[in-house]
Design a protein around this ligand. Structure first.
Ligand SMILES: Nc1ncnc2c1ncn2[C@@H]1O[C@H](COP(=O)(O)OP(=O)(O)OP(=O)(O)O)[C@@H](O)[C@H]1O
Length: 246
């Protein structure tokens, strides 16, 4: 479902990603964990075909990021921090316009909106203009928009950031319930407890390098620590603190 081979990216002389290699399968919620600046967003932008790597290769949903970016864009949904909504449109209108872009019929769109209303508790967001949304309402519609076409690969980049506990709970429950054969969610965050709760496996990025990959229990066993946070500090001890300059 997702395969990354020796991907590297530099910004000028700064190594944001170096030699990152891993794969993730359908049926999993795959965590990407790392502190600010670790390279998570850079990696996710490469996987979403929004940014080209300087080196290495990657395939998403069976397609190559360099050769078939359009095929990948049709098969992924992405949520990242900077996404806005048109203030004058209601949530329903936002979802309907994206559904049209993806070629859904009116009946398919209505059925999908009903399903997402149920799963994401969209409620009154559907008929309220986006300009009047709270942060939580906005993020729910942004997530619904990302999955309106029912993509096999969902990429969430710090999707719980800024949400209150109710909206955060809805999001984490949605991610849990999205786990299904042939479907992959990539869940990127710097919040360890979110990884502990929803991810089947996690890759930890630090200074642009992948420093470990495994199940939560596997990482705890390997480091002899009791929590992911303690394991993280054990793993980064002695490593450079940021992407190095060449
Ligand atoms: N366009 C850019 N030009 C120069 N440096 C950049 C650019 N984009 C990102 N960087 C740098 O690359 C590094 C990795 O950034 P990235 O956004 O991928 O990290 P991140 O793990 O997503 O962190 P955060 O959670 O803070 O977004 C950071 O040091 C950042 O300052």
């Amino acid at each position: 479902m997702l395969s990354v081979q020796q991907v590297g990216k530099t910004y000028g002389t700064f190594h944001a990603l170096r030699d990152v290699t891993f794969s993730a399968q359908g049926g999993e919620v795959f965590g990407l964990l790392g502190p600010n600046g670790a390279g998570k967003t850079t990696l996710l932008r490469i996987l979403a075909t929004l940014l080209r790597p300087d080196s290495g290769q990657a395939q998403v949903a069976g397609f190559d990021i360099t050769r078939d970016p359009e095929a990948i864009r049709a098969r992924i949904g992405i949520v990242n921090g900077g996404m806005g909504l048109p203030a004058r449109l209601t949530g329903r209108e936002v979802l309907q316009s994206f559904a049209r872009l993806y070629g859904l019929t009116r009946a398919q769109t209505d059925a999908r909106i009903t399903e997402l209303d149920d799963r994401l508790e969209l409620g009154r967001t559907l008929d309220t203009r986006a300009g009047e949304y709270s942060t939580g309402m906005k993020q729910k519609v942004v997530i619904a928009r990302a999955v309106i076409h029912d993509p096999p690969v969902l990429i969430l980049d710090e999707a719980a950031s800024g949400l209150d506990i109710f909206a955060r709970r809805t999001l984490l429950d949605f991610v849990q319930a999205s786990r299904a054969p042939g479907r992959l969610t990539v869940y990127s965050t710097h919040v360890m407890s979110e990884v502990e709760e929803v991810c089947d496996r996690v890759a930890i990025l630090h200074g642009g390098a992948l420093i470990t990959l495994g199940t939560l229990n596997g990482i705890l066993d390997a480091t002899g620590e009791r929590t992911l946070e303690r394991a993280f500090f054990a793993l980064v001890r002695g490593q450079p603190t940021g992407g190095a300059h060449v």
